[in-house]
Design a binder for this molecule. Sequence first.
Ligand SMILES: *Cc1c(COP(=O)(O)O)cnc(C)c1O
Length: 475
Amino acid sequence: MFYISTRGHSVKKKFCDILLEGLAPDGGLYLPEYYPKIHSYELQRLRDIYFKKGYAYLAFEILSVYVDDIPRDDLLALCTKTYTENIFGSHLITPLRKLDANISILALSNGPTLAFKDMAMQLLGNLFEYELLRKNQQLNILGATSGDTGSAAEYAMRGKKGVRVFMTSPDGRMSKFQKAQMFSLMDANIFNIAIQGVFDDCQDIVKEVSSDLEFKKTYKIGTVNSINWARLLAQVVYYFAGYFQATTDNNQLVSFSVPSGNFGNVCAGHVAKMMGLPVSRLVVATNENNVLDDFFKTGLYKVRNSSNTYETSSPSMDISKASNFERFIFDLIGRDASKTAELFSKKLQAHGEFSLSDHPEFSGIREDYGFVSGHSNHLQRLFAIKDTFEKFGELIDPHTADGLNVARQFLEDDIPMVVLETALPVKFSDVIQEAIGAVPPTPDKYKDLENCALRFESMSADTQLVKKFIAEHCA
Ligand SMILES: *Cc1c(COP(=O)(O)O)cnc(C)c1O
């Protein structure tokens, strides 16, 4: 399997070539040359593998379709090391629980940081370590986080050989739980940098450091952002696991509702559907930052700047542009790379928007690709949390609440609707308190977290200081 850029860069690459890279050299995103089809007998085999041998073996089967430059035994070992009951809390790894006759919740948030990003990031940590060792290289990951991504990256990379993590975060702006989760890590290869500023300041610093090519090269700076194909690929696996749990045979259809921000999660659902998984609808659920919802309703994709991006009670979906969206558009317009380049590097750069409403392809978005969308707001989230708690005794987090709200608009007879649970309520206890008047229970292994010793470096929002810190700790 070779990988191509959505913008047409001509050098074809292998999985491990793009593993440690971010964007393609032409600014596009990497995608496999094609999506291998899983035929129905094959689907039955995968179903049996999941229930008889477990999630890790299912992951291996799906990964090995796209990864042919890691020996099969090694790839299997990486999967079985990653997806364990010990790390994810159950042998199904992503267990499905029924709410009512139509709707179920797929638990993706029982990994180390209690958000779905662990599903991909834990694998990425093991893949990075493997590949860096094989190439005899080092990598220093520099990132900016407002909470979920940074902690998932740190828990995935802690103690890994060849990798260091330098994670900037806005001082005093993460929840107490998130801060404790990150700053309590004492691993020698993890560095938390609390920046006196807001999230945008952190992101600007990362951009500035990365644009200093000399520094980037000397200190082997890399990232783990959501455009990484390996992350997306890891996420394809749980659509299969969710499908198998929601059905008894492979003629049935299933719909998925996905709380969306950067379009990584639901894009993995799109890949699963392209591979032949019998998916009816892919429901793109957003919060008040409804850039994606607008697109799927009208064909107009209009990004926002950060001052027009609302701070909401489902904060991990507060995005102004969706970094993975280009992948789907590339597929939608018949994998026309020059057209994709024009839309994303010309129109979007110049006008902050483009429209596909007049394109014949846009009309197929629902029929051919299954995409539908909606959004919900703060009060609707609170209501969904309370209602779900009262009716079903189930506590859901605010992001999952957006997913559930929008899912209800797209139910179909006899087609199970699976809502992806992207975080656990304990991460957002203020919102839960507001919704039900009580704080969510803290899982046992996190009981002491908020009393732990913390280790972090405090710094003003100054790129030079961050560079100096990195240089001093890369010796
Ligand atoms: C990152 C995140 C999302 C958004 O996922 P995308 O892949 O960016 O669409 C939703 N919910 C939670 C809790 C997240 O951490």
